[in-house]
Design a binder for this molecule. Structure first.
Ligand code: COA
Length: 154
């Protein structure tokens, strides 16, 4: 059963030890780098380990953008040996549920970015109701959805 647990002094080494597959570092920052960013944005973000029961199988960070305002999902990854088992999809559902508790402020808009060549992640995000906003930086596409109503035109 997939669950999210906050990164703490008890589990950050497990996050350090998560491994991406060959070439996947072009698509996502490793949790070590992500946790450095989480320190900088510590008043507006929450990094999580993604657990299958008691085993950390992945990592994801939720960050609140006060300017838009919106919730952003950063650096989601499932360890190489655990990919393709439904964990990413299940984790994304838990992330949306966490955002629904509005931990940092009000907003129903959820946004993430994804490399245009990351076909697996794009398929996952589209299947979960995320749609391209038309905004792009280099190879990174921005995708967004409403919290309760994915089709809501945000
Ligand atoms: C992208 C990622 C998070 C998806 O997590 P996952 O646990 O591997 O994916 P899931 O098993 O939950 O599958 C979710 C959907 O992705 C698609 N998918 C998964 N593996 C796939 C594959 N090998 N080929 C094609 N589509 C695939 C399917 O649409 C699947 O949904 P379905 O089973 O209902 O058809 C994970 O593969 C990963 O960490 N990749 C490397 C890092 C990365 O790219 N992160 C995203 C940054 S934007």
């Amino acid at each position: 059963m997939i669950n999210l647990r906050k990164i703490t002094e008890e589990n950050f080494i497990e996050a350090f030890n998560l491994k991406l597959g060959a070439g996947q570092d072009a698509f996502v920052s490793h949790p070590i780098r992500s946790l450095a960013q989480a320190y900088v944005y510590r008043n507006q973000c929450q990094p999580f380990g993604i657990y299958n029961d008691e085993e950390m199988v992945g990592y994801v960070m939720v960050i609140y953008d006060h300017d838009v305002p919106e919730y952003d999902i950063w650096h989601m990854m499932i360890g190489e040996q655990h990919q393709g088992k439904g964990y990413g999809k299940a984790a994304l559902e838990k992330v949306l549920s966490y955002i629904g508790s509005k931990p940092f402020g009000d907003s129903d808009r959820v946004t993430l970015t994804c490399n245009k060549d990351n076909k697996i992640a794009l398929t996952l995000y589209r299947s979960m109701g995320f749609r391209e906003t038309g905004v792009a930086w280099d190879d990174e596409l921005e995708l967004s959805r409403g919290l309760k109503c994915p089709e809501e035109n945000l």
